[in-house]
Design a binder for this molecule. Structure first.
Ligand code: DX5
Ligand code: ZN
Length: 227
């Protein structure tokens, strides 16, 4: 189980301090939301910001590109210190060459699926990816409400992984709090992005520990064994 605080919910006037706070929280990953004002109706930050935060922590940088033209951003984010780059399946025919390009840069590859998009679109790529991200809100903004209709997609992602004997991670992103983390873990998710719920707490370490405890208690693999 991996907990990934999303920097989108940090205080942007103190990004270095916020990164250090996340780093000391016990979370393994830092989720970095990159928005281009086109693929989603919002703009966040770019490679220069990521590069400036890279020396501050050893956390795994999980870079989520919500961008219409990720091809122009892969090298800059790889150089900035991304460990994984996530692109969206909604980009259609561009997806296969983008996956290849990310891999050729020596980075892990993630593929994201928006709430209205069928998870079936991700199926042809499963053997080439390290992580499948099931979006549980429509991307663009933090602090939105979890969309419960996405839960069957998490189950499908986990079922395919078992059937095909693959080992990509199943990540969820959007509206993850101490209730929805349980539902997602039970459905088969193992990687939990959370912005508002974690950065919103004065004591992020306690918030991460609490979220991890709930995720562990509802771990689909262990729940199955108990039945
Ligand atoms: C949404 C982003 C998320 C966002 C989640 O577009 O992809 O990573 O930061 O924020 P919360 O946890 O506040 O829903
Ligand atoms: Zn994200």
């Amino acid at each position: 189980m991996i907990i990934a605080p999303s920097l989108l919910a940090a205080d942007f006037s103190r990004l270095a301090k916020e990164t250090e706070r996340a780093s000391k929280s016990g979370a393994e990953w830092l989720h970095l939301d990159i928005m281009d004002g086109h693929f989603v109706p919002n703009i966040s930050f770019g490679p220069a910001v990521v590069a400036s935060l890279r020396p501050l922590t050893k956390m795994f940088f999980d870079v989520h590109l919500m961008c219409s033209k990720p091809e122009i951003l892969l090298e800059p984010f790889a150089k900035a210190g991304a460990d994984e780059i996530i692109i969206h399946v909604e980009l259609g025919e561009a997806v296969a060459p983008l996956i290849w390009k990310i891999r050729s840069l020596g980075k892990k590859v993630g593929l994201a699926v928006n709430p209205p998009t069928s998870i079936a679109l991700a199926q042809p790529h499963l053997e080439q990816i390290d992580l499948l991200l099931v979006m549980t809100v429509n991307p663009g903004f933090g602090g939105q409400e979890f969309i419960h209709e996405c839960l069957p997609k998490i189950q499908q992602a986990a079922a395919w992984r078992l059937e095909k004997q693959l080992n990509y991670r199943v990540e969820v992103d959007g509206g993850i709090n101490n209730q929805t983390v349980a539902e997602c873990a039970r459905a088969g998710a193992d990687t939990f992005v959370s912005g508002t719920t974690l950065f919103g707490q004065r004591n992020m370490k306690a918030a991460v520990a609490r979220m991890r405890k709930v995720a562990d208690a509802h771990d689909a693999a262990l729940v199955d064994l108990k039945v």
